[in-house]
Write a protein that binds this ligand. Sequence first.
Ligand code: HEC
Length: 158
Amino acid sequence: MSPSRRCCAVLFARVGATLRTGAAVAAVALGSAGTSTAWGYQPIVNYQLQCMGCHLADGSGESGRVPSIRRSLVRFSEMPEGREYVIRVPGVAQSPLSDEETATLLNWMARNLSDLALQSDFVDYSAAEIRRWRTQPLAQVSVVRARLMSAAATRGAQ
Ligand code: HEC
């Protein structure tokens, strides 16, 4: 088990403690037809419940442990390999969220937790896309991420 996994276990425990107090506030449940669960939360609540413990409220992460998504998510989403990576990282692939909730969440994050404006031709994540990639484990996460960062730089993104 890598050091980052151990740190994540601690973070998960911390998030659990925070959530017990925040649960009443967070219970903005929406009935949504078409999802695989009968009840779903708004994306901001799902972010708070499933992601914020590591990625922080604004997506800036924690230096050396959790990357900031504020510039990477939108950039990666513009490349097919980047989209696969985003869906296959453990925090996304293995979350308890449905495919539809995950797609909605990533689309919300791209619009709300990014320093980069979306291109006009930005393609929203779909439930089908999530379903397709989340079951395929990502080997060598850091190698893939480094390749994507360099590909994004080559594309001229800031
Ligand atoms: C336990 C900590 C943790 C949780 C919880 C977590 N992540 Fe992550 N996330 C990471 C780490 C660490 C990485 C870097 C890749 C890796 O090592 O897995 C990452 C990478 C990412 C990336 C790619 C960004 C990049 O620049 O590489 C995205 C997008 C992302 N996570 C989204 C989410 C979403 C959405 C959730 C909630 C459903 C979530 N994560 C939950 C720790 C976490």
